[in-house]
Ligand binder design. Structure first.
Ligand code: ZN
Ligand code: ZN
Ligand code: ZN
Length: 56
């Protein structure tokens, strides 16, 4: 069973119906799945700042 929360290191968002599966892990959004490689913000509406954390 994959963890029900996003696999992004700094993201604690619970996986929803928009979850993205990548490398056997679940991410809450495409941005997290891409590890914010292009600065995509987290799709979460809860003020998650994992995208900022990913780039210091
Ligand atoms: Zn997040
Ligand atoms: Zn996430
Ligand atoms: Zn993230």
């Amino acid at each position: 069973m994959p963890d029900p929360t996003c696999a992004c290191p700094h993201c604690n968002c619970v996986l929803g119906q928009d979850a993205v599966q990548k490398d056997g892990k679940g991410y809450c959004c495409q941005g997290c799945a891409d590890q914010h490689a292009h600065g995509e913000p987290c799709a979460s509406a809860t003020g998650c700042e994992c995208a900022k954390s990913a780039h210091g």
